[in-house]
Design a protein around this ligand. Structure first.
Ligand code: HEC
Ligand code: HEC
Length: 198
């Protein structure tokens, strides 16, 4: 093949690659936000939910978000409603929504908590959870704990402990250690700490 042909081939490949990306690029940007309108009734406008059993999802790490949606769709994660909702979407749509919600600011709602439990919870958090849930559990690649609704955290921890939600790698060991070493109320103590971050 002569040089000119190689050149034409290269340019053609480049154009093909560009064209292949085009419709997705045009659609992906508005669709994340448009798709999220369906979620607003429960998760609040832009992901800061106002109801105590609906987790806030604003600022959520996009990978954790996509994993959560897939787990709901595949019935790998216990749920009251989300497995029915997640069934309606493709992986691409999960990704589009993930980027939309990740870019939203999380507005924390005030919740009632016990000050003494929260103080003790902060110490337990540093000892058992901070390694993965950095910055006191602020949104990161292990989800959001800080400021998350306490009732949601309670039933989510129950789901882990009762085998209804798959443990993240190495988390079980730390939760077991916290309960063994600090007592049965270790988990609720931790939850008061997360609820105290407002
Ligand atoms: C009818 C209320 C309702 C609607 C509508 C709804 N959700 Fe949910 N969502 C929940 C509840 C309740 C949970 C907790 C799990 C469960 O019980 O199903 C949850 C959990 C989640 C979680 C897990 C959060 C975490 O911290 O791990 C994500 C992500 C999520 N929803 C995304 C969405 C998206 C995206 C939409 C819109 C396409 C949506 N939800 C629509 C009620 C709702
Ligand atoms: C070795 C890392 C690791 C440790 C230690 C760890 N976690 Fe996690 N945790 C994760 C990861 C990763 C996720 C998110 C992935 C998932 O949802 O499966 C998560 C998710 C969670 C969730 C669910 C959040 C949601 O939005 O549904 C809760 C609650 C939680 N962790 C509490 C704790 C508490 C409390 C401790 C300390 C006793 C702890 N974790 C220690 C890695 C860890």
């Amino acid at each position: 093949m002569n040089r000119e042909n190689t050149m034409i081939k290269k340019v053609r490949n480049l154009i093909m690659a560009f064209v292949a990306m085009l419709p997705m690029a045009i659609m992906a940007a508005p669709s994340g936000q448009a798709l999220s309108f369906t979620c607003a009734g429960c998760h609040g406008t832009d992901g800061s939910s106002v109801g105590p059993s609906m987790p806030a999802i604003a600022g959520m790490d996009p990978e954790v978000f996509v994993d959560a949606m897939k787990a709901y769709r595949d019935k790998q994660r216990n749920s009251t409603i989300m497995n029915r909702i997640a069934k309606a979407y493709s992986d691409e749509q999960f990704k589009a929504m993930a980027w939309f919600f990740a870019s939203q600011r999380l507005y924390l709602q005030p919740q009632e908590y016990d000050m003494n439990l929260a103080k003790r919870g902060a110490k337990l958090h540093d000892k058992y959870c901070e390694k993965c849930h950095e910055n006191g559990g602020r949104p990161g690649d292990a989800g959001t704990l800080a400021g998350q609704w306490m009732p949601y955290l309670e039933y989510t921890m129950d789901d882990f402990i009762n085998g209804k939600r798959k443990w993240p790698r190495k988390m079980k060991r730390k939760v077991d250690a916290a309960i063994d070493e600090e007592g049965q109320d270790a988990v609720s103590t931790l939850i008061h700490y997360y609820g105290s971050q407002q």
